[in-house]
Ligand binder design. Structure first.
Ligand SMILES: Cc1cc2nc3c(=O)[nH]c(=O)nc-3n(C[C@H](O)[C@H](O)[C@H](O)COP(=O)(O)OP(=O)(O)OC[C@H]3O[C@@H](n4cnc5c(N)ncnc54)[C@H](O)[C@@H]3O)c2cc1C
Length: 457
């Protein structure tokens, strides 16, 4: 592996970097909530002479995940829920690629760029902000049949899939094909699953008005949850309210039920029911990014990097961690922070402050954050919120959800574009066009050349 950026053979001795002669080389792995806000915080707190900042992310944007459900339903243009890192970060170099290995003794990270061979990047200080991935269980057929809901690509895919399935049902006489195409199953009743289901059901309900042979009553929307209640993060009475709202919309909510098998699109539930479904969405939790457990750094029983209350990785000098990939003790609660954007953002700000304090020879501040509560949208005009101890349901909660996230998404540009998307949505009917063919851009060309194209689904 070629080592780039190795401007000096060894990292400087403690207390001698972060100055004119030796600007500290700070490398951030991951450009999500933690990566972006850490870089922004360091840009603000450290001068270019003190630090050279580099961020590695597989894509050139940060995805604002809380808006993915609205991107899937088309309320917001998908491009508007991502924040372009090159625009927001003024003096952080961006490497578009993936970290694949870490040698902390030599202080070198191996990166696979989007194209070309892997190479090494050396650093003095590293921030590990790799986030989480879907927690996939060993259920027969799951990997082949299901899609997760963590990325912009998955959100766009699901929007196209729902509309494509309605097109398929409209255009066939085969009752079993229709039934299978119009069955949409979500497994996992946390924020992501409930919000994605509610938004996509809204989309399908609206879209069905444009079809002559597909009505809402022909569709089957189902939420399968292993626990006796959904949205456990909210106050105890909020879950039952959410279940009632979903059931009123004819969504089949199965509590204390698990998915047992999903082979060849045939689903079997633990209550014994079996049926076929073309669309299976897996939102049953997340786990830390798998690379985290391969870095040779201390991890806890859940695979999270063990951080101390200053966000340093326990017992390893020069390594910091936060967000979904880290177990961060919160001095306010005495517990580890949950994997939410709300916490990731505050941790990142604290982490940037503490790195700057280290380089400036100042004392560190422990991470403390009193959660503001939680907000979830249940589709158009319905939501639930807990703001500190106050519980809010219905329209006001939905309105709070929108306003909170539009305030939180970085950049004025994105706030305005999202508000314009919502404003357009008030005056025009929902756009129900599906561009599923975007997933197979070479198909037409290959067919024109007489080569068999990729299957369209
Ligand atoms: C659908 C959905 C809705 C949500 N809604 C809410 C909500 O309403 N409120 C809330 O508080 N939280 C919400 N969350 C949770 C929140 O988004 C996460 O807790 C937050 O994104 C965690 O931040 P992070 O920086 O740790 O990880 P991420 O934001 O996931 O960032 C990790 C980054 O690391 C990058 N990466 C991955 N592999 C590599 C690699 N090998 N090398 C370099 N980079 C890599 C990824 O591409 C990504 O950019 C939601 C999550 C989802 C999926």
């Amino acid at each position: 592996v070629r080592v780039a950026e190795l401007t000096r053979p060894f990292f400087p001795a403690k207390g001698t970097m972060g100055n004119d002669e030796h600007p500290a080389r700070i490398l951030i792995l991951g450009g999500g909530f933690v990566g972006l806000y850490t870089a922004l915080g360091l840009e603000k707190r450290l001068s270019p002479r003190q630090a050279r900042l580099t961020l590695v992310n597989p894509e050139s944007f940060m995805a604002y995940q809380p808006f993915l459900p609205e991107a899937a339903s088309g309320n917001i243009e998908p491009r508007h829920v991502v924040v372009p890192l090159r625009t927001v970060l003024r003096r952080t170099s961006l490497i578009t690629g993936s970290a694949i290995a870490l040698d902390h003794d030599r202080r070198v990270v191996t990166i696979t760029p989007v194209q070309g061979d892997p190479y090494g990047v050396s650093y003095d200080v590293i921030v590990i902000a790799l986030g989480s991935v879907s927690r996939v269980l060993p259920i027969p057929g799951l990997v082949d049949s299901a899609v997760g809901f963590k990325t912009v690509a998955e959100a766009i895919f699901l929007r196209n899939r729902v509309l494509e399935s309605m097109d398929a049902a409209e255009s066939t006489e085969d009752a079993s094909v229709r039934r299978r195409a119009l069955t949409f199953v979500f497994v996992g009743g946390g924020y992501a699953g409930v919000e994605a289901l509610a938004e996509l059901e809204d989309l399908a309900r609206d879209a069905s008005r444009r079809y002559s042979r597909v009505e809402r009553a022909d569709m089957r929307w189902m939420l399968v949850e292993a626990a006796p209640m959904i949205l456990p993060e909210m106050a105890p009475d909020m879950g039952p309210y959410a279940v009632r709202i979903l059931r009123e919309r004819d969504i089949d909510v199965r509590l204390s039920t698990t998915l047992e098998s999903a082979e060849r699109g045939r689903l079997r539930l633990s209550d014994g029911e079996e049926f076929e479904a073309d669309t299976l969405v897996w939102t049953a939790g997340v786990r830390p990014h798998p690379l985290v457990s391969e870095l040779g750094l201390p991890i806890d029983e859940r695979g999270r990097l063990m951080a101390d209350r200053y966000l340093r990785v326990v017992g390893v000098e020069g390594v910091w961690a936060a967000g979904d990939a880290a177990a961060v003790p919160d001095a306010t609660t005495g517990e580890h922070s949950p994997p939410t954007a709300q916490h990731a953002l505050r941790q990142a700000r604290r982490l940037a402050g503490n790195i700057a304090a280290t380089l400036n020879g100042e004392s560190l501040t422990e991470f403390r954050y009193k959660s503001m509560g939680g907000i979830a949208s249940l589709g158009r005009y319905k939501g639930i919120a807990r703001v500190f101890t106050i519980r809010i349901k219905g329209f006001v909660a939905w309105w709070l959800h929108r306003n909170y996230h539009v305030l939180m998404i970085p950049t004025f540009n994105r706030k305005i574009r999202i508000m314009l998307d919502w404003t357009v949505g008030l005056f025009f009917r929902r756009d129900v066009v599906q561009l599923g063919s975007l997933q197979h851009p070479r198909q037409a060309f290959e067919e024109a050349a007489g080569v068999t194209g990729e299957p369209s689904r």
